[in-house]
Ligand binder design. Sequence first.
Ligand code: NAD
Length: 499
Amino acid sequence: MQSHYGILDFTLGDSLAQLKPDATYNRTLRATTAVRLKPDTTYFQELKPDAMCDVPSGEVAWRSLDLSNGAKLGCAGLTRSDMVATHGLIFGAMLQEFDGAARILNLEPGIWKILTHPKRQVTVSCPVQMDNGEIEVFTGYRVQYNITLGPAKGGIRYHPGVSLDEVTALAAWMTWKCAVAHIPFGGAKGGVICDPSRMSRRELEALTRRYVAEIIDLIGPEKDVPAPDVNTNEQIMAWVMDTYSMHVGHTSTAVVTGKPLELGGSLGRHEATGRGVMIVARESAKHVGFDVNGARVPVQGFGNVGSISAALLAGIGAKIVAVTDWKGGVYNAAGLDIPKLIDHVKEQQSVKGFTGAEGLTNEQLFTLDVDVLIPAALENQITMDNAPGVRAKVVIEGANGPTTPDAHQHLHQRGVFVVPDILANSAGVTASYFEWVQDRYGYFWTEKDVNERLEAKMCEAFNAVLQTSLKYKVDMRMAAYIVAIDRVATVTRTRGMYA
Ligand code: NAD
């Protein structure tokens, strides 16, 4: 039997039985491969990564599927389909990216199995007395995907849509991001199903403290170091730190990062992700062969990542010709005045209406004739609908997952140099690592120290990925995964098997 590490089993797997024929399924988050189920089709037409494919309509065990090319779909004894059934489609999307790189590395099946299983998944119930006197119980998760390189690291998100599948996939992506950034951390993620916009500050504090109390045995400076993520902030990290410290009986600042400065936060952390985007854009321009000084750059999103990368790129001579946010956009061929635009946004909560610029939509932003395009807002923004119109030479993924896999493939084939999110926005977690180092050391660096170290780490990461992409003749996303998986695999192998 010929074994294939195809992507289709990750997309559907045993959950085929639950899928309805004749429906089109779109994968969430990064993988948007559409899969149409046809009632009369009884086998895979072909096994081709990222291909549209027909899959059986009935209840089938994927392991027994015969492929039209005569091979059988198998995975070296690994019941990958069980994992999809357990973890769902977002985790499947992570596996899809993992597999491409693992195949190129010729990863042995044992290591393959280890790196595609989360080390630990914990679900907790957090009772909270609400302001109206009633008790609500919130479900929370913490997933430590891999701790081979060091303590687990990853944010905590508060959102009604949080699921164990999403948290597991995000924990895996943190594993690869930390490994690409070459920092001694594993990957983790946490989340609580809640709607913070409908909760008072007191309720949020009570929820945070109870959630931390429920996962108290899992976290710690040596074990697992949370950070902010969607809908969590410095204040929430301060409550995490205080709750943990109360439990262990002494002040422990290194248990969490993204804290306020006076509680052991790091200078430069707030700007770090945007600074990393600027560094990577500058290095990409060098590689592709143009000068970032004078380069035309549009930025989608003008929040933390977008505004800071725009300001820092303008600082090294780039012309930020366009910016959009959730309300609208602005364009000036001569370059926008970014400090003034930041002031405008402070007053108006949007870039819209900025004087000295024309209005612009997101659709227009993506098709401008520019040098470096920076999506720094949301996921799934560059799709096959707009990718053919992208004229930038370089795309830097400031946001997480802004380019769909098919659009990425299209851009790469057209020679657009795309720097993937796990590298492009990894300076945030690198600065978190610096915060953890300073907390443990009890000695705090100047902002200049932080920025210099960040510069060195980002250049190191960029060059490792670039060299890998040249060596294996693959795009930068695949190269980033190769670097990450190789680093975790090498340490796993060297440490050996315990018991
Ligand atoms: P933010 O909330 O500070 O800013 C988001 C920006 O996107 C805002 O300006 C918002 O108006 C804009 N936006 C929202 N919808 C939009 C739309 N439809 N069109 C155009 N703009 C839109 O968020 P952030 O911290 O800057 O994060 C941005 C992205 O970067 C996210 O994907 C996030 O996961 C990722 N990221 C952030 C960090 C970090 O340190 N902040 C680190 C790694 C990754």
